[in-house]
Design a protein around this ligand. Structure first.
Ligand code: C2E
Ligand code: MG
Ligand code: MG
Length: 812
């Protein structure tokens, strides 16, 4: 096995063997010439020896044998006319036939000289015969070395009779010098044999090595022509192309034939430039790039062909000393250039690049890419310029999705994005992005300090917030946005995002928002508020890690006045600021990613408290989407139940309808898993999350709590009660209990209990949220004063207009 990995053989291959045999049979003219020489020599011998019968016989025999051999040669030609064989038996049989023929001729030559020398060594006949013998021996070396057996036989038949003839003469005539001369002739035969062997060995070596090279070159050729990569080899000395495969020619736009082998590399550049119709300038660029590659100034380059294909060139320098594999110096010193068509790879890379940076639906840059674009914009921002960052979303986008379907929602996103692109087309300072959902970004980079930002964004929003035809319906899209600005020095993208998001939220939740108010600016006033919220967040972080978050409990009663369970509500008494609004605090904790810490603390405190209550009163804990999506959500509930030894059925998890609706597919299995523990599931704020009714049968619900907005407007006016009644009507008849929350007045209470379809009531009228301690006190008092049973509400309802309350607000 050669180092190159190409296998070569050490014996003469059969086909080469055949070649040698063929060479013996091939040259009929040599046979004729030989015949003429033999006949001439025999004739000389015959005529100078008084027409000896012996020579005449030899002439006849020679003629006969030559005819036979000629006939045999013709047979060979007919049999192998342009064909070859590798069948060694056939080859050997033809070799034997040849040996017989040539052997017979050699016998005649040997006989001639042996006889002539024995009879009259100094006669012309002897001289001619000796000449013939020796010249035949030389021709044996020259022509018959291919067959070892043949050479030996012919040498013996030719040489030995001469020697023996002279020795015989010496013995008969007692001439010791002639005897010695005869002995000297014998080694000539051996010399002929070894000379032929020597020639044969050289020939074999050359045949074997040539065949090795042929094979290697065939393998190399096959490898080079079939490799998927183009390959060009350029010699350093004269910058000549010594190898170039078809793929290389094709990749270079030169068609399929690598015609430029042995051409100068500049001719290649010219041919490529001509094929690509490059201008002189472009040709120079290509030439410079090719020189860089060949001279090793660069080892990789990618060109784009005029037809759009990308061709990558990778070079490898070969110096005579670097071919360590071959363990010898290579003669080739130059550059191997691999050229590959990487268009598909480039396209895939580009597609990946696009995918990673652009949002598929809107075609706008995504959240990650806008970060890059912003950074780039800031890097190029002049010190006296400003960058204005605006985040906005579509008002009521969820409603569009829920009522018209997700396709309609997608259409809105695509159309809004289209309008955004129109703005960008008019102003090259605009950057756009879709952050996800219905959240978008518009940035004006490089603004002059005195530039009218209000006009810019008013114009942008008036373009975006317009009527769109969505699924053949005219929809008026309104947005809410927040704008925050920065200069280069103070730039912090996270800060800009937080500020603009803060303004967006403020705009969206502004109860006094005028219809034409679409966006807000992060003004000085807002900044003060923002900073105070930021401080609040910092304080909240500390409170969460200190564990100084408290829990209040609000009773939820049956219509008969008995308490079914208490809802655990988080309370944080911030130093110097009083109790922080829980809704605000929950949002802040969600933003900080710390809501789970709060939920875990509330859950633990609620379960501990509940375990101490009599009458099997349960506790209800509020969970957010983030809580449910925690991988250890189920484990945390299990752990708390075990740690507090609370029976699972006394614990309830309250999840707002909006949270469930946002990702019903993901939430459903989690709720089932929680219900599987024996824990009850309550839907909170029911009636605000749209259309959950359709999915309620899939959920393991124990109770549904109708949002307090349905109770808020209830007055004596019967008409105002209809939404509540409609919702109660829809929910009644199901397996779950109906809770009505937010009952503050007797009128509301009367309206709620009327019809007896509400199972549970919660509200300030029945009890404010109070500390765990107070709940325990009240339960103890009630148990003591009423003999262990709770007083019934029903006794007082709804007979009078102003019934005495069993559970005055604020105190149980
Ligand atoms: P929610 O779960 O709907 O809780 C009921 C809210 O209504 C409580 O407000 C409660 O004090 C209030 N409320 C009860 N009765 C009446 C009434 O008659 N009239 C009026 N106007 N309000 C009444 P709170 O404690 O301010 O909590 C607000 C919201 O904050 C809760 O709404 C809940 O969504 C969230 N929240 C409170 N505690 C937690 C908690 O521990 N974890 C989570 N994730 N959210 C909580
Ligand atoms: Mg609740
Ligand atoms: Mg609620």
């Amino acid at each position: 096995v050669e180092r190159s990995g190409i296998v070569t053989e050490n014996r003469v291959p059969n086909d080469a063997q055949f070649g040698l045999i063929k060479s013996l049979y091939e040259h009929k003219h040599v046979l004729i010439t030989g015949y003429a020489c033999h006949m001439l020599s025999l004739w000389i011998s015959w005529s100078t020896s008084d027409n000896s019968f012996f020579y005449a016989m030899l002439m006849v025999a020679t003629t006969f044998i030559i005819c036979l051999r000629y006939w045999d040669m013709c047979l060979f030609s007919n049999r192998f006319d342009g064909r070859s064989t590798e069948d060694i038996d056939v080859i050997r049989s033809w070799e034997t036939r040849y040996m017989i023929g040539s052997g017979m001729i050699s016998s005649i030559v040997g006989l001639n000289s042996g006889y002539s020398l024995f009879v009259a060594p100094f006669s012309p006949a002897s001289l001619v015969a000796l000449c013939m013998s020796f010249s035949s021996m030389i021709s044996i070396v020259g022509r018959n070395f291919g067959s070892k057996r043949n050479v030996r036989l012919l040498a013996i038949l030719n040489g030995f009779p001469c020697g023996f003839g002279v020795i015989g003469y010496g013995i008969v005539h007692s001439d010791w010098s002639m005897g010695l001369f005869g002995l000297l002739i014998l080694p000539v035969t051996m010399i002929t044999d070894s000379l032929a062997s020597f020639c044969r060995e050289i020939l074999l070596k050359s045949i074997i090595s040539e065949r090795g090279w042929q094979r290697m070159s065939a393998v190399f050729d096959a490898a080079v022509s079939n490799m998927p990569t183009g390959m060009i080899m350029v010699e350093h000395n004269n910058r000549t192309i010594v190898m170039m495969n078809e793929i290389a020619a094709k990749n270079l736009g030169l068609g399929n034939s690598p015609r430029l082998i042995k051409s100068h590399v500049d001719e290649l550049v010219d041919a490529v430039s001509q094929a690509a119709r490059y201008s002189e300038e472009e040709r120079k660029v290509v030439k410079a790039a090719v020189d860089d590659l060949i001279d090793g100034r660069t080892t990789q380059k990618v060109f784009q062909a005029p037809d759009g294909r990308y061709i990558e060139f990778i070079t490898h320098k070969v110096t005579p000393t670097t071919d360590r594999r071959a363990n010898r110096k290579t003669k080739f010193a130059g550059t191997v250039i691999l050229c590959e068509d990487i268009t598909t790879r480039r396209q895939a890379e580009h597609a990946n690049w696009q995918q990673a940076r652009f949002d598929y639906l809107s075609g706008l840059p995504n959240r990650q890419y806008i970060v890059e674009l912003m950074q780039e914009a800031v890097n190029n921002l002049r010190d006296d310029r400003v960058i204005a960052f605006c985040q906005f979303d579509v008002d009521g986008f969820k409603l569009i999705n829920d009522t018209m379907g997700h396709e309609a929602g997608d259409e809105v996103i695509a159309k809004v994005a289209g309008k955004m692109r129109e703005i960008q087309a008019l102003d090259d300072r605009v950057l756009l992005a879709r952050l996800g959902g219905d959240e978008f970004v518009i940035v004006f980079k490089d603004l002059l300090p005195h530039e009218d930002i209000t006009a810019l964004f008013n114009n942008a929003f008036s373009r975006i917030c317009t009527n769109y035809m969505i699924k053949n319906k005219r929809i008026n899209v309104r947005c809410s946005g927040g704008v925050a600005c920065s200069n280069r020095e103070n730039f912090d993208l996270d800060d800009l995002m937080r500020k603009s998001d803060y303004v967006l939220y403020a705009v969206k939740h502004n109860p006094k928002r005028p219809v034409d108010m679409l966006w807000g600016h992060f003004s000085k006033e807002i900044e003060a508020e923002y900073l105070s919220k930021s401080e609040m967040r910092e304080a909240l972080k500390e409170a969460i890690s200190d564990g100084s978050i408290n829990v209040a409990f609000q009773p939820v009663c049956r219509p008969d006045g008995t308490i079914e369970f208490c809802e655990a509500l988080v309370r944080w008494n911030r130093d110097g600021h009083g109790v922080v609004d829980p809704t605000e605090m929950i949002k802040a904790a969600e933003d900080l990613g710390m809501i789970q810490n709060i939920t875990r603390q509330v859950l633990a405190k609620a379960c501990t408290e509940c375990a101490a209550w009599d009458f099997g009163i349960g506790v209800s804990v509020n969970f957010t989407a983030l809580d449910l999506h925690q991988t250890d959500c189920l484990e945390s509930i299990k752990e708390v139940l075990e740690a507090t030894a609370l029976e699972a059925h006394r614990l309830q998890i309250e999840v707002s309808e909006a949270v469930i609706m946002k990702n019903i597919a993901r939430v459903t299995p989690i709720l089932h898993a929680i219900a599987g523990l024996g824990v009850k599931i309550v839907i909170d704020d029911f009636g605000t999350g749209y259309a959950l009714l359709n999915y309620m049968h899939q959920l393991p619900l124990s109770k549904v709590k109708i949002d307090r907005s349905f109770v808020k407007n209830i007055s004596a006016d019967e008409k105002m009660q209809s939404p509540l009644n409609a919702l109660i009507e829809l929910s009644s008849g199901s397996d779950f209990d109906i809770i009505v929350e937010g009952v503050e007045t007797d009128t509301q209470l009367n309206a709620v209990v009327k019809g007896q379809r509400v199972d549970l009531i919660q509200g300030y009228l029945l009890g404010h949220p109070v500390s765990g301690e107070k709940i325990r006190e009240q339960l103890a008092i009630m148990a003591a004063t009423k003999g262990g049973s709770l007083v019934r509400l029903q006794n007082y309802l709804p007979k009078s207009d102003n019934p005495p309350r069993l559970l005055p607000s604020g105190k149980i």
